[in-house]
Design a protein around this ligand. Sequence first.
Ligand code: FDA
Length: 283
Amino acid sequence: MKITHIFAPLVKRWIAGPYITDAIKVAKHINEKGMGVILNYLGEYIKEKEKVKRNLEEYIHLLRLIKFYKLDSSISIKLTQLGLYVDEKLCEDNFFELISEAKKNNIKVWLDMESSKYTSKTIEIYLKSLDTYKNSGIAIQAYLKRSLNDVKRIVKNGGEIRLVKGAYSEPATIAYKKKSEINKNYLEIMKYLFENSDKFTIATHDDKIIQESLKLSKIYMKYPTYAFLRGVRNDLKRYLLSYRFRVEEYVPYGEEWIGYIYRRIKEKKSNVLLVLTSVFTID
Ligand code: FDA
């Protein structure tokens, strides 16, 4: 079965499609519904320098298309796409080239947070970029025990946080494993953000956390951005839009979708049925 055949049904729900043109088309459609977009070119843990170079070129092309079509969209990248897996210096150079091009086009660059092996390096590269560039933000994972300290450091340096629960398998020595503990840490970091940051993103589909953030929004008179994954909790997106909050949809595209889909299935086991029915009901 060709990859594009498998894509057809999955496209509609979680991924824009295999090509950059799919990403642009979907982004336009989301903008028309009143939401911002965060575009991500799929792929991670890249070992080949040639592929790293192609990833950088893809993102630069993407920035130019976002500008050309006047899309309300940022991009979100993984540093292991840009060389962190093979050569830290190469990765840093690539990231600086990308963020500089994004700045010229007035587009924000988000750093996705990957497995804990890369947390410190990702934060260091981000903090270094803040000396020169402010058109950026970084995802921080509430399941990591270190995260509140990282958030404090980043906020003090003028950085912008996208707060997520975390999607990788991490050991109990460094990560909270129980949902209740992860949620507690999320709430604590979120409160810190309301108290200390003027611009941050709440990136969760969790009703209770979103309700709590709405209460804090009233108390602190601050209006965070809410970000959701494509294909998840469209009802919540509409609800927040109706209260005039900024809502963004994270939209991946590209052929390297396995890692991404795997993490979505891990979050919600019933998604496996969705994938299987999608894949096996096409002709
Ligand atoms: P939780 O998993 O507790 O789910 C709460 C409720 O949301 C569920 O009960 C269900 O109703 C719904 N839900 C959650 N996931 C679903 C799914 N896949 N399908 C259907 N319903 C679902 N992670 C990371 O490690 N690094 C990163 O850079 C990012 N970036 C990122 C950006 C954005 C915009 C979002 C929304 C999320 C991320 N994540 C991430 C993923 C994040 O860490 C986490 O794995 C997922 O968001 C799921 O966790 P929730 O916060 O939704 O809570």
